[in-house]
Design a protein around this ligand. Structure first.
Ligand SMILES: Nc1c(/N=C/[C@@H](O)[C@H](O)[C@H](O)COP(=O)(O)O)[nH]c(=O)[nH]c1=O
Ligand SMILES: [Zn+2]
Length: 362
């Protein structure tokens, strides 16, 4: 067999944990001895055993002299669980094949050094790109300390998110709408503006046939105009944070706090997106799905605070100068300033088109 055969399995294991391991990376490990898979595992939840430990437990005594394939460099620091590099040395493995090294400058390369010092052969860079892609959120958050941002738009063919009379249900079909719930499952937070809350009374929960993790619902609502009987306040389905400005009176906030909502005061009045992202990063939001509406999207566009665009396009034409575009605000006066993206994925999904795009580097 070649290394990719087993590393593919480890990457596939890791993929299943994406979203639920946050703020930890998703990691997969496979242990092979004499051409036989003797153990495997994935990290499932922050604070629980790492992938390597699950795999070592399954392999038991067969781990001695075996080879481990792991998607991320084994940890070397005492976090919530003892270091995996120690466990691998204790179990006397012969070789460790690693896809990507740890991006955390504090620990990068430390695990590999310990393994080599203990006489274990280490190979790195096997399927490195795939493994990095897997944890793009983790690597981004580790480096910038603010959430990886996915802007989601659902528009008509002519780029509208609602008719001139405000109708928007539904522009895209059931299949596309359900697909967007996978992204809710994978993101720590979902952000909408007060305009969307007033227009749609959204629940912003993850409703997939097999369930899914609900993101924290983050409402940008400076004046606290969210109705007390809004779903995000009353349904108890997921955490709700409402971001207000300092001038909102205490007794008004009290009513929401009593309903279980977290009211967070954010300095400044205009939405300063980079500052908002640091603010959310400090609260442990490592990935943010921005569902709009146009004003919010306009601010994120203006500040180029976008790591991924998820665009669903319906083969409907709404027309009308007054019908709302996906991105509000001023927009860029010059084409040279437009946010340039690279298409990562284009698929038809139900009747609609789905595109996943990333900003062009540089
Ligand atoms: N109008 C549309 C969308 N609209 C997106 C947001 O404006 C909605 O308020 C939000 O998704 C509602 O969340 P819910 O209550 O949890 O279902 N999004 C879509 O994909 N297609 C649409 O046609
Ligand atoms: Zn570990």
């Amino acid at each position: 067999m070649d290394h990719a055969y087993y590393m593919n399995f480890a990457i596939d294991l890791a993929k299943r944990g994406i979203g639920q391991t946050s703020p930890n990376p998703a990691v997969g490990a496979v242990i092979v001895k004499g051409g036989e898979i003797v153990g495997f595992g994935a990290h499932l939840k922050a604070g629980e055993p790492h992938a390597e430990v699950h795999a070592l437990n399954m392999a038991g005594g067969k781990a001695i002299g075996a080879t481990m394939y792991v998607t991320l460099e084994p940890c070397s620091h005492f976090g919530k669980t003892p270091p995996c590099s120690n466990a691998i040395i204790d179990k006397k493995l012969h070789k460790v094949v690693i896809a990507s090294v740890d991006p955390n400058p504090k620990v990068s390369g430390e695990g590999i050094r310990k393994l080599k010092k203990a006489g274990i052969e280490v190979i790195t860079g096997v399927m490195e790109e795939e493994a990095k892609q897997l944890n793009e959120v983790f690597f981004h958050y580790m480096q910038y300390k603010r959430p990886f941002v996915t802007l989601k738009t659902a528009t008509s063919l002519d780029g509208k998110i609602a008719t001139a009379t405000g109708e928007s249900k539904w522009i895209t079909g059931q299949t596309a709408r359900e697909d967007s719930h996978f992204y809710r499952h994978h993101h720590d937070g979902i952000l909408v503006g007060i305009g969307t809350v007033l227009a749609d009374n959204p629940s912003l929960t993850t409703r997939l046939p097999a369930g899914g993790k609900n993101p924290v619902r983050i409402i940008l609502d400076h004046e606290l105009r969210t109705p007390l009987d809004a779903r995000v306040v009353t349904d108890g389905q997921a955490a709700t944070w409402i971001i207000v400005k300092a001038s909102v009176p205490e007794e008004k906030r009290r009513r929401f706090i009593n309903a279980g909502v977290e009211i967070m005061e954010f300095p400044g009045s205009e939405i300063n997106v980079p500052e908002l992202l640091y603010f959310l990063g400090e609260k442990g939001i490592t990935s943010l799905l921005v569902e709009g509406g146009a004003t919010i999207h306009g601010s994120f566009l203006r500040d180029r605070a976008v790591n991924q665009v998820l665009s669903y396009i319906s083969p409907k034409v709404i027309g009308g100068e007054k019908a709302k575009p996906a991105f509000g605000g001023e927009g860029f006066a010059h084409l040279a300033d437009a946010l340039e993206l690279k298409i990562k994925e284009v698929t038809q999904i139900g009747e609609d088109l789905k595109m996943v795009l990333v900003p062009k580097r540089g």
